[in-house]
Design a protein around this ligand. Structure first.
Ligand code: CUA
Length: 304
């Protein structure tokens, strides 16, 4: 959050430093007064007179009413100003993405670009991004600290988030609303890239899957063992919608909602021992022989 990569995140970081600085000064003031009070007690030790009482009342009014109003009013005004600034009006140039929260993964649809994917959000730099956020089950929260503030995904309600990324790079985030037993393993990964690279990525994603050679066995197992009833692989008969779509799984950096790296070993472990990686996710452990796991993994690895 304190290392912003776009104008909206910069606003948030700036506000954070102002609040942190103000709170710091007030904390120092309180401790200084406490020190003065303790030192005086030791000197006086007698019962308080009426003038002392009036003076303490003045301190209570100044410190308990005047100071909070004087400090909090400008900060509140500043926060509202930044909220307004971050709600930039819809722009023709903007990339629009629908974000759908699921227990425990992220679905992304680019309605104008005819692309859908899961868990890895690709965005171009230097262009406004407009996210529409909703949930398929419980409340989640989209939070990628270097890019923007936090916005909830609420069932039956649509929220929006507008921001821009200035620097190409990989940005990490985290579901920020407790949404069930695997809330912590619902991570966000945003890949911001130049316009050219983003266009290339779109072209790749739009294409249906082209499974490699000698993976027919894995492809058949994917259908017969139930994988296909939850996962879509465009260009094949697999059209399930309960789980993330896997059309170009081999291109993704991470697995299991960005919890483990997409390595051959991790992919096999995830298929074999799903609940060891993420306990009680909807994907049940499927009894498969080692040879079957190997076939399915090789099939998925061919989906570039
Ligand atoms: Cu989704 Cu927490």
């Amino acid at each position: 959050m304190l290392d912003p990569a776009g104008p909206e995140a910069e606003n948030v970081a700036e506000l954070s430093w102002i609040i942190f600085g103000t709170a710091g000064v007030i904390t120092l003031g309180v401790f200084a007064l406490l020190g003065v009070g303790l030192a005086r007690r030791r000197r006086v030790r007698g019962p308080d007179g009426p003038s002392d009482e009036r003076r303490s009342e003045r301190w209570v009014v100044a410190g308990g009413i005047v100071l909070p109003v004087v400090v909090l009013a400008p900060i509140a005004a500043l926060s509202v100003g930044i909220l307004d600034a971050n709600e930039s009006p819809s722009s023709d140039d903007a990339v629009r993405v629908e974000v759908i929260g699921h227990q425990f993964w992220w679905e992304y649809r680019y309605p104008d670009l005819d692309v859908s994917t899961a868990n890895e959000l690709h965005l171009p730099v230097d262009r406004p991004v407009e996210l529409t956020l909703r949930s398929d089950d419980v409340i989640h929260s989209f939070w990628v600290p270097p890019l923007a503030g936090k916005v909830d995904l609420v069932p039956g309600h649509e929220n929006t988030l507008t921001f821009q990324v200035d620097e190409p790079g990989a940005y990490w985030g985290q579901c920020a609303e407790f949404c069930g037993v695997q809330h912590a393993k619902m991570r966000l990964l945003v890949i911001a890239e130049t316009e050219d690279r983003f266009r290339d990525w779109l072209t790749e994603q739009r294409a249906p899957a082209e499974p490699g050679q000698d993976v027919d066995e894995g492809r058949e197992l994917f259908a017969s063992e139930g994988c296909a009833s939850c996962h879509t692989i465009r260009g094949t008969d697999a059209e399930g919608v309960l789980g993330p779509e896997l059309t170009h799984l081999a291109d993704r950096r991470m697995l299991a909602a960005n919890v483990i790296e997409n390595t051959p070993e991790n992919l096999r472990h995830w298929i074999t021992d799903t609940w060891d990686v993420k306990d009680h996710v909807i994907m049940p452990p499927v009894p498969l022989t080692d040879a079957e796991v190997e076939s399915i993994a090789r099939y998925l690895e061919s989906l570039g």
